[in-house]
Design a protein around this ligand. Structure first.
Ligand code: C2E
Ligand code: MG
Ligand code: MG
Length: 544
């Protein structure tokens, strides 16, 4: 019956008439922050009120709509409707979430997408950053002529872009890096078994870690149980979407939910160890207030001080992760204050807010390792938030390495990928991203292995590469970091095979550039048994 009706819609003015009759409706499903528990976005999902069949889900008609060229007009209607809805919520005084709209590849082909988006945003009277477009992996893979350009235009305009159903196609995050993306949505097929299947758990963990490395936000789709949620929260996932919190619902119900400010219970989020705590030090109260307002949305516990001495007092009494200090303060300058903080509380991640005039003194402090990052005044709100988030991640990374001890960290994908990246070609510009890890206390096995000058690869019990230094990457002729990939996928046949054996052994491998003697060592550390360490010794040296 639907087939017949779809054909009818394709004839003459069928779809326009059906739209005018209200046969289509946009439902909304909330996306919830794993930090604050609050609703931060909604996804627009179309529904068809079929005169005879009742409510039809998009899976049943979208493919046919794509074939019959009905998806362009329908997609454009959904876009307008979603922007208009957010505009209405805003006008009604509701704090507006970001609305995500799904795009079909056909909408790119029309060449009118950018204009349609502009019009929808304009008509809805919303800011461009309230709109997110969800793209499919296959669209990005096909690399349709003009896609990159269109995405760049949309991104420059301020619209957010994300990849939907990530993991179901064949793209890698490394490939996706060429597009101006803001987020990836992990497909629900990985989330479904995340609590029971170690493969799905490690794939998900690897996606989250790598996406964060590429400065992408991660949203998990299809979260249905508390267990799934807790695991995702513990693995630093940024947002979740799924029946556990809410099914897709009509706009009116969504409105009530937003008004009620419904959110996830705090005890579900506390698995992220303890609450992230930041100390803000500034002699101007209005600046403190502005920073508190800005950072409160991310769910941090915020402590404030109006001078350096007060700041030191607070640090003595509280466990603080990140310190954000003004540079110009009477009594003690920010840099001097942070130097003291470094020596008394070396575990903190320290940042300074400064005007351009103070850059020289700030640079010195950065080079001494007293400061992780500087932020110039006046600050960009989103940038500041993301820098603070990075600082917390940095802190957690260092903590994990210290608590877990250096070597067990080898089987922790999260840790190694980030640190591997930091120590290799991804070394960021010194001024902005000087890392607190440079402190001798944070030196760990990875750092040492990175310095060894021999190709070394660490594989976790699930067969995922969790460590590969620069030398390993060049020996294998890889352009990208190997971390997060399955060993079976990226290692040459012989090595992949031996790596799975889990016994001490030696073998030879003829690479494209050199021959190697390969040492395989199972990792049998308490609680971490099962991983493998691969060391490649170039033949000439091996004989020495
Ligand atoms: P999607 O973009 O991946 O949307 C998420 C789908 O997962 C939705 O299905 C949603 O109802 C479902 N879902 C959400 N949470 C859960 C959960 O916890 N468990 C389970 N089992 N499912 C969950 P829906 O609404 O049937 O939409 C299916 C697909 O249709 C969407 O997948 C999207 O690709 C497409 N679609 C929907 N609306 C539009 C549209 O306006 N334009 C285009 N081009 N595609 C659309
Ligand atoms: Mg979607
Ligand atoms: Mg999806």
């Amino acid at each position: 019956m639907t087939d017949l009706s779809i054909k009818r819609l394709a004839r003459n003015d069928g779809l326009r008439v059906a739209l005018a009759r209200g046969e289509f409706e946009v439902f909304y499903q909330p996306k919830v922050s794993c930090l604050s528990g609050a609703i931060v976005g909604v996804e627009a999902l179309v529904r068809w009120h079929h005169p005879e069949c009742g409510l039809v889900a998009p899976g049943e008609f979208i493919p046919a709509f794509e074939r019959l060229h009905l998806i362009e007009p329908l997609g454009s209607w959904v876009l307008q409707e979603a922007c208009a809805q957010v505009g209405r919520w805003q006008a009604a005084g509701i704090e507006s979430p970001v609305v995500a709209v799904n795009l079909s590849a056909h909408q790119f082909e029309s060449g009118e997408l950018v204009e349609q988006v502009r019009q929808a945003i304009h008509a809805g009277a919303i800011a461009p950053d309230r709109l997110e477009l969800e793209l499919t992996e296959s669209l990005l893979m096909r690399h349709v002529e003009g896609v990159v350009q269109t995405l760049a235009q949309l991104h420059d305009f301020g619209v957010r872009l994300s990849v939907d159903d990530f993991g179901t196609g064949y793209s890698s995050l490394a490939y996706l890096k060429q597009f101006p993306l803001d987020a990836v949505k992990i497909d629900r097929s990985f989330i479904r078994d995340i609590t029971a299947d170690p493969d799905d758990a490690s794939i998900t963990r690897a996606i989250i870690t790598m996406a964060h490395q590429l400065k992408l936000k991660v949203i998990a789709e299809g979260v249905e149980t508390e267990g799934q949620l807790k695991l995702l929260v513990a693995n630093q996932c940024d947002e979740i979407q799924g029946y556990y919190f809410s099914r897709p619902i009509p706009a009116s119900e969504m409105e009530s939910m937003l008004r009620e400010k419904r959110c996830l219970a705090q005890d579900l989020l506390s698995v992220r160890q303890r609450q992230r705590t930041i100390l803000i030090v500034d002699d101007e109260q209005p600046i403190i207030n502005a920073l508190c307002r800005l950072l409160r949305q991310d769910g941090y516990s915020i402590l404030c001080a109006t001078n350096a001495m007060e700041g030191l007092e607070i640090l003595a009494k509280n466990e603080v992760d990140v310190v954000l200090s003004d540079q110009r303060m009477p009594g003690m300058m920010g840099v001097e204050f942070l130097r003291r903080v470094k020596s008394i509380h070396p575990g903190t991640v320290r940042m300074v807010l400064s005007g351009y005039a103070d850059l020289q003194s700030v640079t010195d402090a950065i080079n001494e390792g007293a400061i992780y990052k500087y932020i110039t005044k006046p600050w960009d709100r989103d940038r500041l938030r993301s820098l603070v988030q990075d600082a917390f991640r940095q802190k957690e990374l260092v903590d994990e390495t210290r608590i877990g001890g250096a070597v067990p960290a080898l089987v922790n994908a999260g840790n190694l990928q980030i640190r591997g990246r930091f120590s290799s070609h991804h070394l960021p510009p010194i001024r902005e991203e000087r890392s607190a890890e440079a402190e001798p206390t944070a030196l760990s096995a990875q750092d040492v292995l990175g310095e060894l000058g021999l190709p070394i690869i660490g594989i976790d019990p699930q067969g995922t590469i969790v460590y590969a230094n620069q030398e390993a990457q060049s020996a294998l002729g890889a352009k990208e970091s190997l971390c997060g990939y399955s060993a079976a996928q990226v290692l040459p046949g012989a090595l992949a095979l031996w790596a799975g054996v889990g016994r001490c052994r030696e073998t030879r491998w003829q690479g494209t550039r050199a021959a190697y003697r390969v040492l395989l060592r199972p990792m049998t550390l308490p609680g971490h048994a099962g991983g493998t360490l691969l060391v490649l010794l170039p033949e000439a040296e091996a004989g020495e």
